[in-house]
Design a protein around this ligand. Sequence first.
Ligand SMILES: [Zn+2]
Length: 206
Amino acid sequence: MFELLLPRRCVGCGAAGVTLCELCRCAWRSPPFRVYPRVDPRVPVFALGPWGGVHRATVIGLKERGRRDAIPEIGAVLGSAIRYLAARGDLSMDPGTVLSPAPTRRRSARLRGGDTVAAVCRESGFEVVPLVYLAPSTRDSAGLDAASRRSNLVGAVRRINRVGRSVDRVVLVDDVVTTGATAGVTVECLAVAGIQVTGVVVLTAA
Ligand SMILES: [Zn+2]
């Protein structure tokens, strides 16, 4: 319906007529790079882009502005980045390794029309198994320092009870890494369940 009323605009720069223009697509296709968050999650962390410009605009578009039309494109970029990292030996994607979205509050994900990161993962070509969520009482960590973020998160990252499918190796995927606290706590939470996180891949690094 909106498509009929509003002309489509590039999610990265606002150019008219496309979901993602050629320039923004180029920006998204630059190779992923290793990042070193302040809180070391003790697994390698890779980002597809910096938290700025085209990358930031795209993530905000996906998460806050309902630009679900851009999900297939960004999912394909994520898939290529993971294959690139695996081919270089930077990220282990041995058979059986699945992607798992970083934990979100279920309610806020529902309000956005579903977990955006999970939707991007599903377009990557890899198998996706959600394993964690954030307890509803978790405070928003914006404005907290690294130590407070961590204590806010310990106990708040919960495992989703799954029946049947057994997973033992995952790559965590998130939209943005800031302090690394969420990734670190999630790695520990999954380790308790015997699930090894082989790496973290984020769309953007702040
Ligand atoms: Zn653009």
